[in-house]
Design a protein around this ligand. Structure first.
Ligand SMILES: [Zn+2]
Length: 251
């Protein structure tokens, strides 16, 4: 059976009005930054790659540690990760890809098209991008390291990706069948539990209807066990089981 871990590698403070859609409150909020690790299959699977220390410095992160170090602490050498599912191409999910030099990256076609297309030039989207990391999509693709997928795909029996869009053009979420039930790794389809549980969008969006539909998809996929892992919520450590600082066992 599969085991799923959330690995926290950074933190950042902001305010609710900077983050939630049409939110007036200036209340402070803290985002936690994670990659997720799936063990117990034919080989380990990483979900997202985090970022490097350049983004950590430039974007005012606290308590940054390399995502590769966290993966190693969870028992997997970064060079032994043959597959990384990339939920979307924002800097905090893609800019750390070089830390995993033997991985093939699975990315939705709509996501690749968006970040190499006509809207990258606008500040509204560029602020979420690491252009150098996005440029390497091309060389990695020609090196046979990128698999462009469309829609819902099974990775192994019991592990699947599901395209939901909304927050980004080709955002995909991940489901894993475990002993406890279906784990749903929402990534940024629900940054906080508040998003999916109150149907409150975030400000960074390519399609508001798709974002709202994604909340329904998350809850339908999770079923009665509700093993939902929000993408940036410190509360993940309260709802699941921290096994050591920064390492949370989901199932
Ligand atoms: Zn994110």
């Amino acid at each position: 059976m599969y085991e799923v871990y959330a690995l926290k590698y950074a933190e950042r403070d902001t305010t609710a009005c900077q983050f939630f859609y049409r939110e007036a409150s200036h209340a402070p909020i803290t985002l936690h930054y994670y990659v997720w690790l799936i063990k117990g299959g034919p080989h380990p699977i990483l979900v997202d790659t985090g970022f490097l220390d350049d983004d950590a410095r430039e974007r005012g992160m606290r308590n940054y540690v390399s995502p590769a170090a966290m993966v190693e602490r969870a028992g997997v050498k970064p060079g032994d990760v043959p597959l990384a599912l990339i939920t979307h191409l924002h800097y905090d999910h893609w800019a750390g890809h070089s830390l995993f030099p033997n991985a093939e990256y699975w990315i939705q076609r709509d996501e690749v098209a968006f970040w190499t297309g006509p809207f990258g030039r606008y500040q509204a989207f560029r602020q979420s991008a690491n252009p150098g990391a996005l440029a390497r999509l091309v060389t990695l693709n020609y090196a046979n390291r990128v698999r462009i997928v469309e829609g819902d795909r099974q990775v192994f029996p019991g592990v699947s990706v599901h395209r939901v869009g909304g927050h980004t053009a080709g955002l995909q979420i991940v489901t894993v069948q475990t002993e406890r039930g279906t784990v749903v790794l929402t990534s940024d389809a629900s940054h906080f539990y508040r998003n999916v549980e109150t149907r409150q969008p975030v400000q960074i969006v390519t399609s508001l209807p798709e974002m709202l539909a994604a909340f329904e998809t998350i809850q339908a996929l999770a079923g009665a066990q509700r093993l939902i892992v929000a993408g940036h919520d410190p509360e993940v450590a309260d709802r699941f089981k921290p096994v050591e600082p920064g390492i949370i066992r989901i199932a």
